[in-house]
Design a protein around this ligand. Structure first.
Ligand code: FES
Length: 577
């Protein structure tokens, strides 16, 4: 591809800066053994790598980076590996979500401040994928992403198990004393058998699929297992694809258009993807100028988009099976008429061209259009007196018998109170009750942890109860399931109506009508609001203090308010003579 004259290499402004600056810039690479001709006059490609040993899902990305480098060199570029902060979903406390925006800032500023003409983003675990896309969107330098890929399916005796959908299921079995600690230990040993991110259609797998649907990852790459050599092929090809993007001057804003977001939202419904993706897509869109993606768009596109991926937690299989069954291109080919096929992808082809001819190999894992798991609406956006600004319910992972439900609220003021009292028989919780958790939101927790999959009382589990309606302003793991209403906005910590609900109130869930209401009168609600006293913030200093002062609500993507939008990439000026 011929270089676009409008897109001169930004790295040249570093090499050709004033004499004193330029010697400093060039010497940083000469000292590593690169002669001048190896990095000047050719695109410098940053491989932004979220590799870390405290982010196990990303621990293999050093290896993948080597394959990207091969591709960059083969295509005439100069690759440089740039580490960015990483977030190990289950490891970092209180929650990786608290730090997603911090990683996005690191990605943005490392691209912005360095002589990079294009970037390949390497990310795998839940938050690292959206964080990298958010940063790249804001700085808008040519970019593409190679995700780390899912781990191989776990094995527990004769059963395929997925981290962590089967953790939730078997943990309930352990609490109900139907399996032993020894069973649980054996399950743990076989749950994660290889490199890669979680094996169900959790948040990482969902975000990998949506990155591909947005056009920012190579077609067909999302579901390739992490340890499959074909993922390395993708990485090497990505190294040459980014050179083409730089040559053409194609930026993330050329690819992540409003049409691309509609494709991603359709994909989210068709794969039964994670509720967390709603927040992440809103945040990524917020970084792009002129791309208006309101929360209600998710509901508008739901009814007409069939659920086709029979993958846990909405279905029966795991990502490894999904890949062998045809992967995301097979899903896209089934719903091609619902997609904007002319949307551009990082391959230089349109999405329609990229998926044309893709076929289903196993029609139980990927259902054909005429035989979907659900005809539409795997996610629902609810409104009502509990959630005036919205809430999310994953219908495809809920109990059909609870989708229309009215019950007594049992309210917990925070996660510590929940865990201390949930098994207390004095609460006398019944299966028809509605469990409500307050103070689990972006400001309140802080960071909106995955508290939303509230545990049920062990005495009900022992009776065989498998699901209850649960409501919170927190999130749920993308691998979780149940009739779990999440992301209630505005959150309780800033005085949302969720803060005013008390044990004994009646709650009505009307999924068909997209409503969630607390059945108390306006006068009573107003009285409670007058009496409500906010809790003090947990943190006042450092990043956490900044986060609590500036984080936006779930219906706006939980970005920090000052990070919304773009910042133009800088060029090296003359700072020394
Ligand atoms: Fe990283 Fe699940 S813990 S994807």
């Amino acid at each position: 591809m011929a270089r676009d004259e409008r897109a001169p290499l930004r790295s040249e402004s570093w090499w050709n800066a004033g004499a004193l600056d330029a010697i400093g810039h060039r010497s940083q690479f000469r000292m590593q053994g690169y002669p001048e001709e190896s990095f000047t006059g050719r695109p410098v490609i940053g491989i932004l790598n979220s590799w870390s040993e405290v982010a196990g899902c990303n621990a293999h990305l050093r290896d993948l980076a080597e394959h990207v480098k091969r591709g960059v060199l083969r295509a005439g570029g100069f690759p440089v590996e740039v580490p960015v902060i990483s977030l190990g979903e289950p490891i970092i406390k209180p929650t990786a979500m608290l730090y997603r925006n911090l990683m996005a800032m690191a990605v943005e500023e490392l691209i912005r401040g360095n002589p990079l003409d294009g970037v390949v983003l390497l990310a795998g675990c839940d938050k690292t994928i959206p964080a990298a896309l958010m940063g790249a969107a804001s700085v808008d330098v040519p970019a593409l992403m190679v995700t780390g890929g899912p781990m191989l399916s776990g094995r527990f005796r004769n059963e395929h198990v997925g981290a962590c959908t089967d953790c939730w299921r078997l943990h309930d079995e352990l609490r109900a004393e139907r399996i032993t600690q020894a069973d649980w230990d054996e399950f743990e040993a076989g749950m994660c058998r290889s490199d890669g991110h979680c094996s169900p259609m959790g948040t990482a797998s969902t975000m990998a699929c949506l990155t591909e649907a947005l056009g920012m990852a190579p077609s067909g790459s999302a579901a390739i297992p992490a340890v499959d050599s074909r993922r390395r092929h993708v990485a090497e090809r990505a190294g040459s694809q980014i050179i083409d993007l730089v040559a053409a001057g194609t930026r993330p804003s050329d690819i992540m258009t409003r049409d691309a977001f509609e494709n991603a939202i359709r994909t989210l419904h068709a794969i039964g993807g994670s509720t967390n993706a709603v927040i992440h897509l809103l945040a990524i869109a917020g970084r792009l100028e002129g791309v208006d993606v309101p929360l209600d768009l998710f509901d508008d596109l739901a009814a007409s988009t069939p659920l086709l991926a029979n993958v846990k937690p909405s279905g029966a299989y795991l990502m490894e099976d999904f890949y062998y069954a045809g992967g995301l291109p097979a899903v896209h080919a089934q719903i091609a008429d619902l997609l904007h096929g002319d949307a551009l992808t990082v391959s230089g082809r349109t999405l329609g061209e990229a998926v044309a001819g893709s076929r289903i190999v196993n029609d139980d894992v990927i259902r054909p259009r005429e035989r979907p798991l659900l005809s539409g609406g795997s996610l629902a956006i609810l409104r009502g007196s509990v959630c005036p600004d919205g809430a999310v319910l994953k219908v495809s992972a809920a109990s059909p018998g609870l989708l229309q439900h009215e019950g007594r609220a049992v309210v917990f003021g925070g996660v510590d109170e929940l865990h201390a009292t949930i098994d207390d028989p004095a609460l006398d919780i019944h299966p028809d009750d509605v469990l409500v958790l307050q103070n689990g939101g972006p400001v309140g927790a802080p960071g909106m942890p995955e508290y939303g999959h509230l545990p049920m009382p062990s005495y009900l589990l022992r009776q065989g109860v498998t699901d209850m309606v649960r409501i919170s302003d927190a999130r749920m793991s993308g691998t979780g399931f149940g009739t779990v209403i999440l992301h209630v906005a505005p959150e309780s910590a800033i005085g949302g109506p969720l803060a005013l609900i008390r044990t004994g109130d009646r709650i009505r869930l009307d999924t068909a009508g997209r409503r969630l209401d607390v059945l108390i009168g306006d006068a009573e609600l107003a009285e409670r609001r007058r009496a409500w006293v906010p809790r003090p913030h947990h943190d006042t200093r450092g990043y956490r203090g900044l986060y609590q002062r500036t984080v936006m609500q779930a219906n706006e993507g939980c970005d920090l308010d000052f990070l919304v939008g773009r910042s133009a990439p800088v060029r090296a000026g003359i700072t020394h003579g």
